[in-house]
Design a protein around this ligand. Structure first.
Ligand code: H79
Length: 479
């Protein structure tokens, strides 16, 4: 009996050892596979290792999307551009605190007035979806330092500091999941006017700077910046990437004096927590080494480049003049202008991140809604000419723009030739057909002596914003 007991013990041990060895082996195999074929990884020195193919896979949804919604929503929506009877002279409502040098203590009291009971995450997400937008980038924390999500790292957040008490980011995450949009977070990593150790607030916290002679305040270095990083910024980015499901991208902004190693910490935090998540390049201002960090670049705010571009880029743009809500800003861009912006940007291979500034009660102003609906109407008919397209093979056309996808060229006509004959640049390929995207009706075309395609377009087909003509050709594009 005793022998049997000892034996069975030995057998059990043996079996256990076997399972462990086997388990470990298969575990290592699985890890090796993810490293090689799956996704990138951080190596022991904190370098992000990723093949081109892995990066392409990670970027795929973003390249397909071409169009996203930017949302600036925070305490500044309460002031809406006005402070103690005075209007802000500069354009951006989210800059009101710095404009009037509002002391932190006073600015904090705005939280008493933020109670967006009319906020409906599903309505916002549906509005974006119906406009043809594929992702939403929302200010989780802007330069004023107020977190629009529940945060354990700072009580200066919408859940703990307002009567509202709900976490709108949780609700948006659920709505985005439901409607198939990617939720993404804007996070101001360097400026935080609420914190003495961060960059920006020179009126409340004049100490703790190292000012380089002859430089502006924006070049001032906070000596204790790392303290702010460790206590607030990094824990909050961690919260954003832990509590809201899969996040499409993190949109850092205004790197200011952030060093390369500090920027790397912000980048690697994202890599570690959600390796698929994208990062925009505003994490770091290119230093002398001209290094670009992050996964894709942005142009300046509201700056559409003048010529064709290569690489992944995005243009953040306002729908009026401000980002955050302002009661006195009525300088709305027309729907036509916005649609043409989208086309123009897509024709240069970029994404359009179009901003709205919701009000403090949680609603989105009618002027913004109307414009988004009009874009949606156009997209319903023409979105094939936007999604997944690449930049135009031609230089800018006199009468419009061009986007391309597989064996199709999409010509977006802005200005019609008065004789109804549209001249399209020459391609060497055999043309299968040309048709209007709106009704798929084939168009008659002829080739001029120098190979240009001359299209006859019926007048009733004209779309005020842009009419899309598809030219389908055989084989690989040959110019
Ligand atoms: O979030 C939006 C802006 O608040 C933010 N980026 C976009 C996406 C941004 N931060 N800094 N800047 C844009 C550029 C700085 C503009 C400034 Fe000014 C010029 C700061 C001070 C002078 C505009 C004019 C704001 C205040 C006065």
């Amino acid at each position: 009996m005793a022998l049997l007991k000892r034996m069975s013990k030995r057998v059990v041990l043996l079996v256990l050892a076997f399972i462990m060895a086997f388990g470990a082996a298969s575990c290592t195999t699985i890890m090796a596979i993810t490293k090689e074929q799956g996704q990138g990884y951080l190596d022991a020195d904190g370098n992000w290792i990723e093949t081109k193919q892995q990066k392409d896979t990670r970027m795929a949804w973003w390249r397909e999307a071409r169009f996203g919604m930017f949302i600036h929503w925070g305490l500044y929506a309460v002031t809406a551009g006005e402070w103690k009877g005075k209007w802000q002279k500069n354009k951006y409502s989210e800059w009101i605190q710095i404009h009037f040098k509002i002391p932190v203590e006073e600015y904090e009291k705005l939280a008493d007035k933020l109670n967006p009971v009319k906020f409906d995450a599903e309505e916002w997400v549906k509005l974006a979806k119906d406009a043809g937008m594929k992702y939403i980038v929302i200010t989780s924390k802007h330069h004023d330092g107020f977190a629009m999500f529940g945060s354990k790292a700072s009580r200066f957040n919408i859940v703990d500091a307002t009567d509202f008490g709900r976490d709108p980011m949780k609700e948006l995450a659920a709505a985005c999941q439901k409607y198939g949009l990617k939720l993404c977070f804007y996070y101001s990593q360097s400026q935080d006017w609420h914190e003495p150790d961060a960059i920006g607030n020179f009126w409340d916290f004049p100490d703790g700077f190292e000012k380089k002679p002859g430089t502006k305040w924006r070049k001032w270095v906070r000596t204790d910046f790392e303290k702010y990083m460790a206590r607030k910024a990094k824990p909050q980015v961690r919260e954003l990437l832990t509590n809201y499901g899969p996040i499409g991208l993190i949109w850092y902004d205004t790197p200011m004096t952030i060093t390369k190693s500090q920027a790397t910490e912000f980048v690697n935090l994202v890599r570690e927590l959600q390796p698929k998540c994208l990062i925009n390049s505003r994490i770091y201002a290119r230093g002398k080494d001209r290094e670009v960090m992050g996964d894709y670049g942005s142009t300046g705010d509201n700056r559409i480049p003048g010529t064709r571009r290569v690489g992944d880029w995005e243009m953040p743009g306002t729908i009026n003049d401000t980002w955050g809500y302002r009661r006195d800003d009525h300088n709305w861009k027309s729907s036509k202008k916005l649609i043409r912006n989208l086309i123009n940007i897509a024709s240069m291979g970029g994404n359009y991140l179009l901003n709205i500034g919701p009000k403090a009660d949680g609603t989105i102003g009618q002027s913004s809604v109307d414009r988004l609906r009009a874009i949606g109407e156009w997209m319903k008919v023409n979105d094939e000419s936007i999604y997944g397209t690449v930049n135009s093979p031609f230089d800018k056309l006199a009468w419009g723009r061009c986007t391309a996808k597989s064996n199709k060229l999409y010509f977006h006509v802005f200005d019609w030739p008065t004789d109804g004959k549209l001249e399209v640049p020459a391609i060497k390929n055999k043309i299968k057909k040309a048709y209007l995207l709106a009704n798929k009706k084939n168009l008659k075309f002829a080739k001029s002596d120098d190979g240009k395609i001359i299209l006859n377009v019926p007048e009733d087909a004209i779309d005020e914003a842009a009419t899309v003509i598809v030219v389908e050709f055989k084989g690989e594009l040959d110019l």
